[in-house]
Write a protein that binds this ligand. Structure first.
Ligand code: NAD
Length: 288
């Protein structure tokens, strides 16, 4: 059986690697912050990226940002001995970093899929993520089984690394916009004496319904728990990457500009908090 590597066992990587181990795949894992305490049962804990690369043909990454992915990509490309010939990056890193990562891997003769995910920590634990992969179709077919262990909806969105990032960033821009706009709308409704539960009940069977009203507000804000598992900082990172990408493409940013300003401001004030806290930041009273 082919050995699969996994580097980055954080909020997303730990449950995703857990799904691979549960599926009975032969797994070797590593995390810089400490592997033993994060490794799923049945996986081999490696002391370094090099140790993973020496053993795993296919290697998954789930790392914080483009800088880290580029550094790890360079370490993979330089590692000797090396069995790894395909790297699947599940991180959100933006178009520019995906381009640089593609160059590092192609220079070393390693195939690369740019394959960010959506669905959050809950989706990673349940194996219900969406994967939006870009790269060769043959490489995508090769990792279909492990991807299916982690995700319910697999998409091959294009042949060029960076296209997966474009898909992920435009998705997260919409999610960030829904979260910020719904917060403002709900706060306005509350100022008029409307109850949050009532507002959500009406919205969710009306035309204003969106991912914030149907999921984040009902399950994380109405409950006062603010625990979507995605930090303000990560959302601000994604919206910032989206803004840079839109600037590069020269497409409209009339909505994108003010939305990214909201998340930048929030990141400065409370980057480590859950992203549902945008409601509190904009003046919401529940959980304040
Ligand atoms: P995280 O910070 O919880 O996890 C990242 C992990 O990578 C950490 O455990 C860290 O120790 C490890 N790491 C950092 N540098 C390393 C290195 N050089 N070598 C080995 N390990 C290293 O982040 P996360 O929330 O799990 O997100 C991971 C990626 O997935 C990010 O790109 C994020 O944008 C994306 N993402 C997150 C969510 C979410 O809901 N959290 C959803 C979709 C996509």
């Amino acid at each position: 059986m082919e050995t699969i590597g996994f580097v980055g066992l954080g909020a997303m990587g730990k449950p995703m690697a857990g799904r691979l181990a549960q599926a009975g795949l032969k797994l070797i894992v590593h995390d810089k912050a400490g592997t033993a305490e994060r490794a799923p049962a049945g996986a081999r804990a490696a002391g370094s990226v090099g140790e993973v690369v020496a053993d795993a043909e296919t290697l998954f990454l789930s790392l914080p940002d483009g800088k880290v992915v580029e550094a790890v990509a360079r370490a993979i490309a330089a590692a000797k001995p090396r069995k790894t010939n395909l790297v699947v990056d599940l991180s959100t890193i933006g178009l520019e970093a995906a381009g640089k990562t593609a160059a590092i891997f192609s220079g070393a003769g390693i195939a690369y899929l740019d394959a960010p995910v959506s669905g959050g920590v809950a989706g990673a634990s349940k194996g219900t993520l969406a994967v939006m992969a870009a790269g060769s179709k043959a490489d995508f077919a090769r990792v279909e089984a492990p991807l299916k262990a982690m995700a319910k909806n697999l998409f091959h969105v294009g042949e060029t690394p960076g296209q997966g990032q474009a898909m992920k960033l435009l998705n997260n821009f919409l999610s960030a916009t829904a979260m910020a706009a719904t917060s403002e709308a709900v706060i306005f409704g509350e100022s008029q004496g409307l109850d949050m539960g009532t507002i959500l009940s009406v919205l969710n069977v009306s035309t204003g319904q969106n991912t914030a009203s149907s999921d984040k507000f009902v399950n994380r804000i109405l409950t006062g728990t603010f625990n979507a598992g995605f930090t303000v900082h990560l959302m601000a990172k994604d919206v910032g990457l989206y803004r840079n990408a839109v600037e590069g493409a020269g497409t409209a940013a009339k909505v994108g500009e003010p939305v990214s300003a909201v998340w930048r401001e929030l990141d400065d004030k409370m980057g480590a908090e859950d992203f549902t806290r945008v409601y509190t930041h904009l003046g919401g009273k529940r959980g304040a």
